[in-house]
Design a protein. Structure first.
Ligand code: GRF
Length: 202
């Protein structure tokens, strides 16, 4: 772990987000108390995204990307500079390029708002997922936190958590239940991974 005597050793995290960023906020809040990790960089592909306000409020650097720069080797080099313990996809819709997967193998995780393998794959994000779950009259839904490989939503599952879906629940109501699960389990799963798989700090 290097020579960090007397200083708290904190894991740098890179968060990828392109939406409102409530999960990013949950991760920031959790680790501002726990002091085991910090958000070193937020990668975003949407200049209008709410997550950018969160980044500026917390003075977290942002890397804005477009489809071209995302795939360039220079982007991998930017990520490497932060020596991240984990790359965390928190509401990020683009498929991660192979060069990034290869450089950070076993260190990329995603959160999906359903119980994979159901309701996963291309096009299954946000309210599309919740609408489909409610339309299918499912009795439960939940979240899946999983490793990322080169296919959508197909890496090994780390954690799933369930919630009940009542006949009167609307997709919007289900979305609220799912966000509550996410905000609780995502930071704690990150903490667990940092400890459990012994990710070391350079
Ligand atoms: C979450 O529901 C997450 O599961 C999905 O995208 C959503 C992002 O929400 N991948 P937010 O931007 O964190 O509020």
């Amino acid at each position: 772990m290097g020579n960090h005597i007397g200083k708290p050793v904190m894991h740098p995290l890179i968060l990828f987000a392109s939406g409102r960023g409530s999960n990013v906020q949950a991760v920031i809040d959790y680790f501002s108390k726990e002091q085991k990790a910090f958000v070193a960089l937020i990668v975003c592909n949407n200049p209008e995204a709410g997550v950018l306000e969160i980044a500026s409020r917390h003075q977290i650097p942002v890397q804005l990307i477009d489809r071209k720069s995302f795939k360039e080797e220079a982007f991998v080099e930017v990520l490497k500079q932060y020596k991240p313990s984990l790359l965390v996809l928190a509401g990020f819709l683009w498929k991660v390029p192979e060069s990034v997967v290869a450089s950070f193998s076993g260190k990329i995780i995603n959160i999906h708002p359903a119980l994979l393998p159901k309701y996963g794959g291309k096009g299954m994000y946000g309210m599309h997922v919740h609408n489909a779950v409610v339309a299918a009259n499912e009795k439960e839904s939940g979240i899946t936190i999983h490793f990322v490989n080169e296919h959508y939503d197909e890496g090994a599952t780390i954690v799933q958590a369930q919630c009940k879906l009542l006949p009167e629940d609307s997709p919007e109501h289900l979305a609220e239940k799912i966000h509550k699960l996410e905000h609780y389990f995502f930071p704690r799963t990150i903490e667990f991974l940092l400890k459990e798989i012994n990710i070391d700090i350079d």
